[in-house]
Design a binder for this molecule. Structure first.
Ligand SMILES: Nc1nc2c(c(=O)[nH]1)N[C@H]1C(S)=C(S)[C@@H](COP(=O)(O)OP(=O)(O)OC[C@H]3O[C@@H](n4cnc5c(=O)[nH]c(N)nc54)[C@H](O)[C@@H]3O)O[C@H]1N2
Ligand SMILES: Nc1nc2c(c(=O)[nH]1)N[C@H]1C(S)=C(S)[C@@H](COP(=O)(O)OP(=O)(O)OC[C@H]3O[C@@H](n4cnc5c(=O)[nH]c(N)nc54)[C@H](O)[C@@H]3O)O[C@H]1N2
Ligand code: SF4
Ligand SMILES: [Mo]
Length: 722
């Protein structure tokens, strides 16, 4: 018997609706759901990854304990007890913060983890909390916190109604949009051009997005903040800064003009490699477009001036009157609204404490992961002695992952919640594998907050979990219960455990949907939603296009938008010093591929097949200068390490810049991802440098790592990894 299931794909931020046809426990097909009011049938090749993950023989299905060099299966009860006993032992000996936690990217794509991991982490009472946030969007959240008063008040491009979109450091044609949940982002960009508008892309690489844009401009990695300052300079010097109706909401508008005086286009042109007239023209076009939006993503957040970039992008939208207006940068009003949930989703805090070794600031209670390895390998009071990883692969995903990799075996204890035995989890003493992505239900708590349209949808589990499997939320709930200490805490933990066990994530979603639901001024149009209404509408419910709402949403915290947060202003001196700074001969940037997802879809034979992807892209002139040829095995060397990869010569890169994808490096011994290991590649994060961070936020600075590239003597077959 075959059956059909409607679901939201959880592999990336786009929230595409899928129709999954199944027979027994097998997936027969996965197609785009044309009736999904948000994605309207769009999917990408990765959607089939849901099926491949479901069927993957390498996916772990029972808890494993490392004994000597081998992993052996153990029961769930034994695994939970041992994990709790070990974490408690370490905390008793070395203090609460001796246990660190790292939560990876898929955490935010998993309802149970979103709901239940915070409870567990709170029980640990450790200061050593880390996540993929600080190798990703931290600067955007810090700017939102400082300017709009809530870390999740991130302005989203109203891509479907804009007439001019200025894109920096993002490749939505491949990534499918990020901090801009927009299924079919490439088509939406093409539509801007088709309706007579303009898309301008600034990127050191002529990307897939640049190819469908109206204009592509090369920009030197890490120099975007200078470009953005010069745009603001033009807006003020040519009297184009007109916030219009926004003005009463703004605090500090009169101070912006004086900040930009030293950043005329002519002064920054050489450092950015963007000609001064191009900067002026873009500023004028932006200001004169009926509706315009400036948008930046990973390329501008993971660089030395990440937080300044996020701030300046917001400023450009604000001073041209494009914030909170149709076709500009807008604020979604999700059916489950973190702004109304108070303590559960805090507005954020910043620099309440610093990391032990390097003094990097916390944000929202988390420390930057660029400092994790040194917090483990630097002896002294407060040193990390145990680590919990969940849904993350920091050995491949964090800067100088090789140093972290050397530090992990020195830990007294490590546990990983993950269904793969990979480059990170192989170091764990115990691995707890959760149910697969189709075996639990889903409601997107994260990405409705970032979506280009207000919609809401609940996806039931496609398959029941196997009786002997555990969901992520069950794992966190069990660990939370066991970590409780003292009679009172134990009593409270037991009560919480039982409530969660009874309600399940779906029950909590129901409560959240009903909360603040009636006549809420934040969200007046979502009346009457409940789990029942969502179950009755399996394709999802359309709640309409984004609406101006900032005044009400700001009102929650601040009364005005803070245009010039003091710590941003103070960082401008550092930015000014970057003008004319000495330029390394070659710098490294990253890239993503449509059929890949960070480090963990490489075990899908269907997605990884085709020409090798982990190649170093280099401009022909840079290759000629070094006497390198297409397909040569080359060594890429930085201050922290070296890797070997095949060379791909292409004029898509600007001169002086080379590019590698991240998430490869699957040749480490002792992993069990067989397809991935056969397409191992090398890890870019063996050469990225953990000491390079955006000084304001501590976010990793992956863009613009100085490297040297030379021919290697190794035959290519050996040059794939380590
Ligand atoms: N297919 C696929 N989709 C994905 C992912 C994936 O791995 N594969 N990952 C998901 C995740 S976790 C995220 S966060 C999003 C990321 O989504 P995006 O940010 O859209 O994706 P990237 O491809 O990393 O785009 C970054 C761009 O910045 C450019 N760049 C690098 N340095 C600089 C610089 O200094 N200045 C400027 N202006 N540009 C620079 C790069 O050339 C690249 O084109 O994608 C998500 N979607
Ligand atoms: N040089 C460089 N490095 C980068 C980037 C870059 O552009 N350049 N991009 C950065 C970005 S944007 C990100 S988001 C990070 C990602 O960094 P990470 O989140 O650390 O790594 P992922 O590769 O996403 O690994 C996800 C892990 O979660 C597991 N997993 C998947 N689904 C689930 C689930 O439902 N439950 C559990 N328990 N586990 C699950 C997978 O098996 C995999 O092991 O990488 C960052 N690293
Ligand atoms: S773009 Fe692809 S991976 Fe992302 S949600 Fe849609 S189908 Fe899934
Ligand atoms: Mo990410």
């Amino acid at each position: 018997m075959t059956s059909k299931h409607f679901r939201t794909c959880t592999l990336c931020e786009a929230m595409c609706g899928v129709v999954i046809e199944t027979e027994g426990r097998n997936v027969l097909s996965i197609r785009g759901d044309a009736d999904d009011p948000f994605s309207r049938g769009h999917i990408c090749p990765k959607a089939m990854g849901l099926s491949d993950l479901h069927h993957d023989q390498d996916r772990l299905r029972t808890p494993l304990r490392r004994e000597g060099g081998r992993f052996v299966p153990i029961s769930w009860e034994q695994a939970f007890d041992e994990v709790a006993a070990n974490l408690k032992r370490v905390q008793k000996q070395h203090g609460k913060s001796a246990v660190a936690v790292y939560q990876g990217n898929p955490s935010v794509h998993n309802l149970g983890t979103m709901l239940m991991s915070p409870q567990f982490v709170r029980t640990l009472r450790t200061r050593n909390r880390y996540s993929a946030t600080s190798v990703d969007q931290l600067p955007h959240m810090l700017a939102a916190f400082a300017m709009f008063g809530h870390q999740l008040l991130i302005p989203i491009p109203d891509i479907d109604r804009t007439e001019y979109m200025l894109v920096l450091g993002a490749n939505p044609a491949v990534s499918n949009g990020s901090l801009m949940t927009a299924p079919g982002a490439a088509d939406r960009l093409k539509a801007i051009v088709k309706r007579g508008g303009k898309v301008v892309v600034l990127d050191p690489r002529r990307t897939e997005t640049a190819a469908l844009a109206s204009e592509h401009v090369f920009i030197r990695p890490g120099s975007d903040a200078l470009f953005l300052m010069a745009v603001l300079h033009t807006l003020f010097s040519e009297q184009l800064a007109r916030p219009g109706a926004l003005l009463p909401l703004l605090s500090g508008f009169e101070r912006v003009a004086s900040l930009v005086t030293d950043f005329a286009p002519e002064r920054v042109a050489e450092t950015t490699d963007v000609p001064a007239d191009t900067i002026r023209r873009i500023a004028r076009e932006f200001a004169s477009a009926p509706r315009a939006v400036c948008y930046g993503r990973v390329g501008v957040s993971t660089q030395d001036f990440g937080t300044l970039c996020s701030w300046l992008i917001n400023l450009i939208n604000i001073v041209t009157g494009n914030l909170d207006r149709e076709g500009g940068a807008m604020f979604p009003q999700p059916a489950i609204d973190p702004l109304t949930l108070g303590a559960a989703f805090s507005r954020g805090h910043f620099a309440a404490f610093k990391s032990r070794v390097r003094g990097l600031p916390e944000f929202g209670g988390e420390l930057p992961v660029a400092t994790l390895a040194e917090e483990i390998d630097t002896a002294g009071k407060g040193q990390i002695r145990a680590l919990v990883t969940s849904a993350g692969n920091p050995v491949l995903s964090t800067p100088n992952g090789a140093r972290l990799e050397r530090a992990l075996p020195t830990l007294d204890f490590m546990v990983s919640i993950d269904f793969y035995l990979n480059e990170t989890t192989r170091h764990a003493h115990i691995i707890l594998p959760p149910s697969g992505p189709l075996e639990h239900d889903h409601y997107d708590l994260a990405f409705h907050v970032l979506a280009v349209r207000n919609t809401t949808k609940y996806s039931p589990a496609t398959f029941p979990r196997q009786p002997d499997a555990r969901h992520d939320y069950e794992i966190f709930n069990e660990l939370m219960l066991r970590m409780a200490e003292g009679p009172l805490q134990k009593l409270a933990a037991r009560a919480r455990f039982e409530v969660i066990d009874r309600l399940k994530p779906a029950g909590i979603v129901d409560l959240l949907l009903r909360m603040g639901n009636h006549g809420s001024k934040l969200n007046p149009f979502k009346k009457g939603l409940s789990l029942r209404t969502l179950k009755d509408n399996p394709h999802g419910i359309d709640l309409g296009a984004l609406r101006p709402c900032l005044a009400q949403r700001l009102g929650n915290q601040h009364t005005k938008v803070v245009l010039v947060p003091a710590f941003m202003r103070d960082d401008l001196a550092r930015l000014a010093r970057s003008i004319g700074a000495e330029r390394p001969a070659l710098v490294l940037i990253g890239r993503r591929h449509l059929r890949s997802n960070n480090s963990w879809l490489h075990n899908s034979a269907r997605l990884i097949k085709g020409p090798a992807r982990c190649t170093l892209q280099m401009h022909p002139a840079d290759a000629a200068q070094r006497d390198l040829r297409q397909g040569n095995a080359v060594q890429v060397r930085s201050k922290v390490g070296a890797i070997e990869v095949p060379l791909e010569i292409t004029d898509a890169l600007m001169q002086g810049v080379v590019s590698l994808p991240h998430g490869f490096g699957h040749s480490r011994k002792g992993t069990a991802t067989h397809v991935a290991s056969a397409h191992a590649g090398a890890s870019i994060n063996d050469v990225t440098d953990e000491s390079r961070v955006d000084l304001l936020s501590g976010n990793a600075s992956f863009s613009g790592v100085p490297v040297e590239v030379s021919a290697t003597l190794l035959p290519l077959a050996d040059a794939a990894g380590r």
